[in-house]
Design a protein around this ligand. Structure first.
Ligand SMILES: Nc1nc2c(c(=O)[nH]1)N[C@H]1C(S)=C(S)[C@@H](COP(=O)(O)OP(=O)(O)OC[C@H]3O[C@@H](n4cnc5c(=O)[nH]c(N)nc54)[C@H](O)[C@@H]3O)O[C@H]1N2
Ligand SMILES: Nc1nc2c(c(=O)[nH]1)N[C@H]1C(S)=C(S)[C@@H](COP(=O)(O)OP(=O)(O)OC[C@H]3O[C@@H](n4cnc5c(=O)[nH]c(N)nc54)[C@H](O)[C@@H]3O)O[C@H]1N2
Ligand code: SF4
Ligand SMILES: [Mo]
Length: 691
């Protein structure tokens, strides 16, 4: 028997962002723990990371390349060799390009981010504008809201120097475990915390003020805070005068949102709104910790977030120490991430419907309507999808996307697991986990680390980037970086940092880049804002361009989904909010991990006890939840954190998928994001049934 050894590796279940020590014996991982005292990490992993062994050695892992043998969608496969698989990909993708043109192939990445620049390079080399990712439902709309206002990419909060931190819909303890440590320290330093969250969460418990709006009404809340700040003369007049465009019209618009009026819309008391507005404007510097998704998962999402972001401009908290700043921390340059530009010589998916997404130089196509392109062949047909971690369950009405995937001439999914989305594939290829590959990681503070393979890839699984590199070669395409080989690729990422791959490999705890960019503030004094007016645009000129054609408004206007949606509210009395993060889950990835799944076991329909009892529903009852487009069964769970009127449900569970309930056409007209967090539903008890 050999002794166990510790391998410095990384957990990649959600990031990868955490350095991990894997205890390995006879080529197998026997346990995993967080690396201690590296890059500010005190040790420890989150619940998902601790279950890594069951993630890696999962019975659902795809271990060999597999080719469809039965009918599409049946899920019957036969094992083939990698050689055969690569030949099939090259033959089919080149055939689609010759017959329909390069835009008819989509290159799609699910949540994993580490291989995305390489996949984009492959799409560019092939000539397709349709590089798509799940970010058509995540982050990009928040970034769009920011860019249409400030011109640059979204700026993070400088929380350590702030006197007031306003978290706007970010439940750190559940969704960002590494950051929650930093959050814990804020209160000890005397920072005032405002949390805006439609539920009373564990994060809200630490706040000095918790504002609890009805989901999807954040725009009205922010406009009303602006009303207080302007009417009480608490705004930064000098900053506004010099750097803000459209202030007068904005001021006229926010006049309507008195705290009393906003109370009627949002459910937050006028008194609370005044207190929060005064604190944010007076206890400066103040910053906003935003989130990638909950505010933009509404049909008025972009405008709601623009209203929130405007609060920074009027209070002079943009690009000052302790505010939201483009260059607040130490950074070190690296290649690839954010550096590869999408080939845009042809019209991409979503370009007609969501033009601002493209005008503001979004790095990917907007693919919420991918299924429509495939099914209707309008405005042009999509015939092939090269997917990496494609999961149709993440999209509204996933059954429709699944049907569309079966209509394709050719569909490949590169996956860790034989997921439901693999069933429609012509070819399924095995990817390996972060424990089975080497990788270069760049961190905040200009730091880098190298993660080792803890074990050899299981079966014939491979690192995604090596798969991309081989697909490029087999199609006879060129890309100077993908042709470097994987070691060359890692070295290329590091190059601008001044570090070499070999020295990073030798320094297991990680290294500081040599070429550092130091923090700087008030950059706007030297550089114009990258908006059409050169100023911060409270009235966006990019949005105004589409007033007539798309009905967009330059001001951060509030539209109430409860008034505008054409849904019979008597039949569907509750607001349906899906997908608020739970610490033990990561989208659909870990339902198959027994330690994690044992914490819940069946889809929970979370309701306030008062709402539930009105319908004769007790905690633990089996219930049917229905929306205008679907019905799902689950277990009722009492939850008082959200107040009455809204029902909460997690997404992606094949035993009862919340996305079956969301209308695929219920979208934000600016970003194309689905209204995952403010649709409508009813809940009924199912008699004599157990799950
Ligand atoms: N109802 C509802 N739907 C939502 C949301 C919501 O809040 N509510 N949230 C939306 C948001 S914000 C997001 S980001 C999306 C997430 O959507 P997805 O990214 O599609 O979600 P995942 O379940 O993480 O699916 C990714 C797939 O990638 C696979 N995978 C993991 N690691 C690797 C790897 O290294 N290589 C390869 N090849 N595959 C890998 C996983 O096994 C999984 O099947 O969901 C969106 N959908
Ligand atoms: N454990 C775990 N962590 C994750 C993920 C995961 O699946 N599991 N997913 C990752 C991804 S892709 C993303 S995008 C992030 C998202 O990270 P977060 O933004 O933290 O995610 P959520 O939990 O969806 O939403 C945060 C809070 O917003 C509140 N909320 C919901 N709707 C509204 C609303 O309309 N208005 C207001 N003011 N509040 C609202 C919810 O009550 C919730 O507590 O999490 C990431 N981290
Ligand atoms: S937060 Fe958890 S799942 Fe994500 S990388 Fe760290 S340990 Fe893994
Ligand atoms: Mo996300």
């Amino acid at each position: 028997m050999s002794k166990s050894k510790i391998v410095k590796t990384a957990c990649g279940i959600c990031g990868p962002c955490c350095q991990a020590d894997a205890y390995v014996k006879d080529g197998k991982i026997i346990s995993v723990e967080g690396s201690r005292n590296v890059n500010g990490q005190p040790g420890g992993l989150c619940a998902k990371g601790m279950a890594a062994k069951q993630f890696v050695y999962n019975k659902d892992r795809v271990l060999y390349p597999m080719k469809r043998t039965g009918k599409k969608g049946e899920g019957t496969f036969a094992r083939i060799t990698w050689d055969e698989a690569y030949d099939l990909i090259a033959e089919n993708l080149l055939k689609v390009r010759d017959t329909y043109g390069s835009r008819s192939t989509v290159f799609y990445a699910g949540y994993p981010k580490w291989y995305r620049p390489a996949l984009l390079r492959l799409a560019n080399a092939y000539g397709s504008p349709n590089y798509c990712t799940e970010s058509s439902t995540c982050f990009q709309a928040a970034d769009l809201a920011w860019r249409s206002t400030y011109g640059n990419h979204i700026c993070g909060p400088d929380m350590v120097h702030a006197r007031t931190v306003m978290l706007w819909s970010s439940n750190l303890y559940h969704s960002n475990t590494p950051m929650s440590r930093m959050y814990q320290g804020l209160k000890e330093r005397g920072t005032k915390i405002i949390d805006v969250d439609s539920r009373h969460t564990v994060t809200a418990r630490d706040a000095h003020i918790h504002l609890k709006p009805v989901p999807g009404t954040d725009g009205a809340l922010a406009l009303s805070m602006a009303h207080v700040i302007i009417e009480e003369g608490l705004y930064d007049g000098a900053f506004v005068e010099k750097y803000v465009y459209g202030f007068e019209e904005y001021r006229d618009y926010v006049r309507r949102f008195t705290p009393e009026k906003a109370e009627g819309i949002t459910g937050v008391s006028a008194d609370q709104i005044r207190r929060a507005a005064r604190l944010f404007a007076q206890n400066r510097p103040s910053c906003i910790l935003f989130s990638a998704s909950p505010i933009v998962h509404h049909t008025n999402g972009v405008q709601n977030y623009r209203a929130v972001f405007s609060l920074l401009a009027i209070t002079g908290n943009y690009d000052v120490e302790g505010g939201n700043c483009p260059k607040a921390g130490i950074t070190s340059p690296c290649n690839e991430f954010g550096k590869v530009k999408r080939h845009d010589r042809e019209e991409a998916i979503g370009q007609r419907d969501f033009p601002v997404w493209f005008d503001l130089s979004c790095e990917e196509a907007q693919c919420t309507r991918l299924a429509d392109y495939i099914m209707k062949e309008e405005p042009y047909p999509i015939k092939a999808v090269f997917g990496m971690g494609l999961n149709h369950r993440m999209w509204p009405q996933p059954g429709y996307l699944n049907e569309a995937l079966q209509k394709l001439d050719f569909y490949v999914n590169v996956e860790l697991f034989l997921s439901d989305s693999c069933m429609a594939a012509d070819l399924v290829l095995p990817a390996c986990t972060s424990y089975e590959r080497e990788e270069v990681h760049s961190l905040k503070g200009g730091r880098y680390f190298f993660s080792n393979k803890a074990i050899e890839p299981l079966g014939e699984s491979k690192n995604d980037i090596e798969i991309i590199m081989e697909v490029l070669k087999r199609m006879g395409l060129q890309d100077e970086v993908l042709e470097l080989g994987y070691d060359g690729y890692m070295q290329h990422i590091l190059e601008p940092s001044g570090l070499s791959l070999n020295e990073l490999k030798r320094n297991e705890e990680g290294m500081q880049g040599r070429n550092l960019h130091m923090p700087s503030f008030q950059n706007f004094e030297k550089e114009k804002f990258q908006t059409p007016s050169g100023k911060i645009e409270l009235k966006s000129l990019v949005l105004e361009r589409y007033r007539d054609s798309h009905g967009y408004d330059g001001l951060p206007v509030f539209h109430d989904f409860r008034k505008e949606a054409e849904v019979d509210r008597e039949a569907y009395p509750f607001i349906l909010n899906t997908g608020c993060r739970k610490p033990q889950y990561f989208h659909a990835r870990v339902y198959r991990v027994p330690w994690l799944d044992s914490l819940q076991r069946s889809p929970l329909i979370e309701m306030h006890p008062e709402d539930a009892s009105t319908y004769g529903i007790a905690d633990g009852d089996v219930v049917k939840i229905s929306s205008p487009v679907g019905t799902v069964t689950g277990t009722a769970a009492y939850n008082i954190s959200g107040g009455t009127g809204a029902v909460y449900m997690y997404h992606g569970d094949s035993r009862g998928d919340a996305n079956e309930l969301i209308d695929k056409d219920y979208l934000d007209p600016i970003s194309g994001f689905p209204g995952y967090k403010s649709y409508f539903c009813k809940v009924e008890k199912v008699e004599d049934m157990k799950l």
